[in-house]
Every structure is written in C-alpha cells, then in structure tokens.
Write a protein that binds this ligand. Structure first.
Ligand code: FES
Length: 144
C-alpha cells in the first residue's frame, strides 16, 4: 500500500532528506542527484539515525554514512560497503578497493506523483535493519 510521506517540494533539492513513519516503520527518503531513494531510517548496526547521515559517492554508488560508527550503506540497495585490504609483495596490508558485505538495510519503493512523494514499504524476506523497525525497538533512537 502506498503512503504519502512528503510534498515533492520537501525533496526537490539534491541532498534533501525526509524521515517518515510508514506502517509503523521509520524510513529515510533521500534525493540524490534528482533520484529518490528510501531505506529503513535506523541503522542495522546499532540503531544510528541514518536520516542525519552524510550522503556520499563511494565507488560510484550513492551512500549514506551512519553518524554513529561511519558504516557506509548504499541508498539504492541497502548494502554495507567496506574497504577491503590486500597484501603487497612485501607483506604489507593496503587498501584494495571497495566491496560489499551484502544487503543489511531494508529498502523501499519511493516515487513522486502529483506533487507528493509516496513510499511502498517492502516487507518481503528479512534484513538486519528489521530489528529496529518497531516502535519499542527504535523509540529513543530517532531524531525529529
Ligand atoms: Fe553503528 Fe550505524 S549504528 S554504524
């Protein structure tokens, strides 16, 4: 079921963000270069507030950086990215590019219609961010 979460004007600018409650779940909606993305608002790691995280381009992917422990999560796929280490011939470990541990943050469908923004919550399967999806679980962790 689609739920209206904002006016399109609230998310018109690149980098704008909105937090909303949809079907009892808190979600973050981001405008990144004109595209809208929606993910669970509470970080799967330890409950950090992703809506206030910085949006960054990491390895060509739009990501939010969690303000609590700097985890990097793609806003399109909910994957957690990390910088892998590779061993040089001398045996030193050096950064070897970005990789994904897979999807940890649930993503949701978001779209604009007639001047409003709508979200359709995805409830298929299970993801680590689900543990913070209830009011009881995320209560004090939210920012307004
Ligand atoms: Fe630890 Fe988000 S709460 S990285």
């Amino acid at each position: 079921m689609e739920v209206e979460v904002a006016q399109a004007s609230d998310l018109r600018l690149d980098g704008s963000k909105v937090q909303a409650r949809v079907n009892g779940r808190y979600v973050s909606i981001f405008n990144v270069k004109g595209e809208l993305y929606c993910i669970d608002a509470i970080c799967y790691h330890a409950g950090g507030p992703l809506t206030v995280g910085d949006i960054e381009d990491v390895d060509g992917k739009a990501c939010v950086r969690c303000p609590w422990h700097n985890y990097i999560v793609t806003v399109q796929t909910g994957e957690k990215l990390y910088q892998k280490l590779v061993k040089t011939e001398e045996g030193k470990l050096v950064p070897g590019g970005w990789d994904s541990v897979g999807q940890r943050q649930r993503t949701h469908r978001v779209f604009e219609r007639s001047g409003a923004v709508f979200v359709v919550v995805d409830e298929e399967g299970s993801f680590e961010s689900d543990k913070y999806s209830s009011d009881e679980a995320c209560g004090r962790r939210l920012v307004s």
